[in-house]
Design a protein around this ligand. Sequence first.
Ligand SMILES: NC(=O)C1=CN([C@@H]2O[C@H](COP(=O)(O)OP(=O)(O)OC[C@H]3O[C@@H](n4cnc5c(N)ncnc54)[C@H](OP(=O)(O)O)[C@@H]3O)[C@@H](O)[C@H]2O)C=CC1
Ligand SMILES: C[C@H](O)[C@@H]1OC(=O)[C@H](O)[C@@H]1O
Length: 254
Amino acid sequence: MKLLDGKTVLVTGGSTGIGRAAAIGAARHGADVAINYHSRDEDAESCVAEIESLGQRAFALKGDVALPETATDFVAKAVAAFGKVDVMVSNAGICPFHAFLDMPVEVFERTQKVNMHGAYFMCQAAARQMVAQGHGGAIVAVSSISALVGGEFQTHYTPTKAGVHSLMQSAAIALGKHNIRCNSVLPGTILTEINKDDLADPEKRRSMEGRVPLGRLGAPDDLAGPIVFLASDMAAYVTGAALLVDGGMYVNLQ
Ligand SMILES: NC(=O)C1=CN([C@@H]2O[C@H](COP(=O)(O)OP(=O)(O)OC[C@H]3O[C@@H](n4cnc5c(N)ncnc54)[C@H](OP(=O)(O)O)[C@@H]3O)[C@@H](O)[C@H]2O)C=CC1
Ligand SMILES: C[C@H](O)[C@@H]1OC(=O)[C@H](O)[C@@H]1O
C-alpha cells in the first residue's frame, strides 16, 4: 500500500543521511519530492535520480536553512514545480562535537541557527503555503533522543533538539485549526556523516551499541517508515506527538 500517493513532500537536508532516506522513502510511497541541501551537489543529484527512477518527480535546491529566504524560496520553487506542498520534513542539522567550557561562540551560534532557526523558518514557510491551499498538511521535524537527554560534547546541540521538539508541540496548537499536523521523530544514534568521526573511535562505538536493546545502531532507513507514517493520512489524528526511533536506547537504564 502506498501511503503518500499524489502528495508533494519537501525534505530539508536531503542529500545524505536521514533526510535522503526520508526523501526516497516518501517517493517509494508515491510522493513527488523536493530536497533542500547545503553542500553535497553530487549526493543531492543522485538522490533526485533515485527518486525519478521510482517514477516520481523530484528536484534539489541548494541553500542554507539558517537564512529565512532559503525557506521561502524552497517552498515557492516546490509550488512552481508541483503545484502544492502537502508535507514538510524539517531535517537539516549539524552537530559539531565540542567541549562546553571552551565552546567557540561561532560554533554555538551556527548550531542554533542551522538547527533551530532553520527548522522554524522552514516549518513556517510550509505552513503558510498549506494554510493558503486550504486542505491541511503535515509537518514532521527531526528532533532527537537528545531532546530528552544530555551529551558532554553536545551542550550547544541538545538544546536545539529540545527546541525542535517544543516547536512541533506549539505549532500543533497554532495549526490544528487548519488541519495541519505537526509531529517530531526522535532518532537515537543513527550511523550517518554527522557522527562518522565521533564513532570512528571503536570504544565509543561499542559503548553506544551496548546501550541499544535491539543490539545495533540505527541506519538512515530506520527513520523512513516512521517519517512516512507521520506524514501520511494513517496518522490523521496524531499531532503534537514525539516518536522515539532509537532501538530502545532511551529506556535502557539497567
Ligand atoms: N545521526 C544521528 O545519530 C542523529 C541525527 N539526528 C538529526 O537528524 C538530522 C539529520 O542528520 P543526519 O542525517 O544524521 O546527518 P548528515 O550529516 O548525514 O546529514 C545532514 C543533512 O543536513 C544538511 N545540512 C547541514 N547543514 C545545512 C544547512 N545549513 N542548510 C541546509 N542543509 C544543511 C546536509 O547537507 P549537505 O551534506 O549537502 O551539506 C545533509 O543533507 C539532523 O537534524 C540531526 O540533528 C537526530 C538524532 C540522531
Ligand atoms: C550526532 C550524534 O551522534 C547523535 O545526534 C543525536 O541527536 C543523537 O543523540 C546522537 O548523539
